[in-house]
Write a protein that binds this ligand. Structure first.
Ligand code: FES
Ligand code: FES
Length: 166
């Protein structure tokens, strides 16, 4: 067992974990943060994406011990006082999800993109999300949602036109 101390969504936890425990399993099974799903366990689908120390990480490909001393933000840590972020609102308003399984990872990856590039083109959105797979939507509305969140009146319900095709 290895002792770790990690801050997740603003709360600091100390735990003894097996060195082989994946961060995704630590979040879900130890901390009960099941908002971060596991879609493949082989770092292909991106569903498990979280923010680790300011950069996105697929939590199924990171060991919990690698997060020791670090700060993790999951999709559950984004809303403040019950208020969604503009990006979360945009996914809702632009119908950027169907089953929702990919959505936490999509939102975390899109958040990372918008932090670095607040006004991406649809092509840049598609490139940024290429590590995140969606089985349901055909991606069109996901791209729309990210573009809506990057627009000046983010999340205000406006319709976003996307020039690229799916
Ligand atoms: S569950 Fe981590 S990438 Fe699919
Ligand atoms: S909404 Fe179902 S996998 Fe993306």
């Amino acid at each position: 067992m290895t002792h770790i101390k990690v801050t997740v969504d603003g709360t600091t936890y100390e735990d003894d974990v097996e060195p082989r425990l994946l961060l995704a399993h630590y979040l879900r099974d130890r901390l009960g943060l099941t908002g971060t799903p596991i879609g493949c366990d082989t770092s292909n689908c991106g569903a498990c994406t979280v923010d680790l120390d300011g950069a996105t990480a697929k939590s199924c490909s990171v060991l919990a011990v690698q997060a020791d001393g670090g700060e993790v933000t999951t999709v559950q840590g984004l809303a403040r006082d019950g208020e969604w972020t503009p990006l979360q609102r945009a996914f809702h308003e632009q119908h950027g999800l169907q089953c929702g399984y990919c959505t936490p990872g999509m939102i975390m990856a899109a958040r990372d993109l918008l932090r670095e590039n607040p006004h991406p083109t649809s092509e840049e959105v598609r490139q940024a999300l290429e590590g995140n797979l969606c089985r349901c939507t055909g991606y069109q509305n996901i791209v729309r949602a990210v573009l809506a969140a990057s627009a000046p009146q983010a999340g205000s319900g406006q319709q976003v036109t996307e020039e690229a095709t799916a």
